[in-house]
Write a protein that binds this ligand. Sequence first.
Ligand code: ADP
Ligand code: MG
Length: 596
Amino acid sequence: MPRIRVLDPSVIGKIRAGEVVDRPAAVAKELVENALDAGSTLISVHAASHPERLVRVQDDGLGMSREDALLALRRHATSKIESADDLASIRSLGFRGEALASIAEVSRLSLSTRSSDELTGTQVEALGGAVIQVSGVGRAVGTTVVVEDLFFNTPARLRFLKSREAEIRVLSRVVWNYALTYPRVHWKFSVEGREDTDLPEARDLVERWEVLYGRGPEDGSAEFDHEAAGVHVSGVLGAPEQARASRDHQTFAVNGRVVSSATLAAALRQGYGNLLPGDRYPLALVLIEIDPGQVDANVHPTKREVRFRDEARVFQVLRRAVEAAMRRYVPTGISFGDPGAVREPRGDLGYGGRAGDPSTVVTMPAPGTGTEILPASSLLLALDTAAVGGAADAREQERGDLEESLAEPEITIWQLHDRYLLAPIRGGMVIVDQHAAHERVLYEEARAHLFGGTGASQVLLFPRVVDLTPAEMDTLLLMEPHLRRLGYEASLFGERQVAVRGVPASIPEEAAIDSLKAVLASVDTLGEGGDPPEEHIAKSYACHAAVRSGQALSPVERRALVDRLFATSLPHGDPHGRPTYVRVSMEELDRRFGRR
Ligand code: ADP
Ligand code: MG
């Protein structure tokens, strides 16, 4: 008795048919879901550099008998449901029995598989949906599906594809999301011409999260788990300051299926409350387990979207769970003065860099002294004494005063027109220019790395390919050692491209890529004003990586920025000599208001 049955037409009617495959990522998604349904422990995904030319998914799951292998390519053939009633209790990711058929119809598909009860495997070749060859094949138990020349017979679809880069990115996200959701599965992912990714089986969600995001509980990521009203929510939440400008790093899965859902996204966002400005999206992995009868996965033809029978209930449960998890970040934990308090705001401005790493500033070896460790201020002062001149002592004193009064717990720092930060200090207030301040912080950090120890790098799981002009390419070759010290890791990738595999840890990925391009493009001015290349790079890098004027900052980020500014050697000015903050005394205010 074959495991796969052809569905009754009445069931077919209940299943909204639709276009299942619209791009290579959809192929990967369907094949990965099938591999998961087959109980695989190792899933390996490979794509050609033009993923529509080849996507291959290999698994070590149950495999199929010869009979099943042939049925699998037929539309509405599935082993997963039998009747319409089963739709209400689906636990598997697939159930329509149309993915393989749909993919086969628009590609050259080869399926090779063996189940444990057969000694020889089966290989099926199909072209445009027609089976053209079936043969025996020796192979391990499991299944390999290779999809080549996608949309060869539907050129309109082919034209609809985005750039090679964009398609690879979407496909990578599919693998990323499933790898996060299924930590017990060993994943392999490779794209032609790029470094392979190997994610051996992880103990749990957090361990996989740490491997993928390069940060874990010490950086403020929080695991959560909560059950109410028949809805079980669990997962991992990134610290508020790690939030990103896009939703790309939010993964939602319902009963093991990666989905998108406006309801879940809104509940997550509301759970963070005012710990985040409106345009920031937290890193998150949210798993929902709920009675399958409460879920309609049929809304979207590719099952990308889900709808809950009781949307409000799921919303409530998730929002409350996130809110509860957020209590740990509420400001009592980040009081400035208490050395025992959580110091996470210090090292990170929350644009996605590694959170809280004050050590990169504090323990940098001094230039030329090898391993000697100096406190940050004396080291950085030593780097910049020429510019300080005789005013150094007085400024040191003022800085000390400011730091002390900013150390008051519970002070509020306001942001004015997304450009200036206002903070009360003893005897008055300071107004900080957020861009200039961040520029100073990054400039000193960059100099410390360029002249001292190499900076921490965050590894990008999926390297970013950057297009360069020939001139920029030359600059890159010239400056590579310096860029490496800043935390960049790039290698040539074709004649006009580099693959960036690592970026400085203290700034977000986007900003890091932008400033890399800016540094490379600024070659024309290199050497002007007699600056050594390190100096030139530090300035250009800081200027482009710094938070812009116009960027909203969360309360945590504001504190982090002010805190870090006053930890620099020269908090008063940016690298171009513009002031970073203005101090307004009570006397001056009193004078202006005619009080004295
Ligand atoms: P669905 O997943 O909705 O059932 P598909 O077209 O994706 O439909 O797959 C059809 C059938 O082929 C599945 O029900 C399953 O029995 C079988 N199948 C597909 N991929 C695999 C795999 N990797 N391992 C084992 N069986 C598979
Ligand atoms: Mg399927």
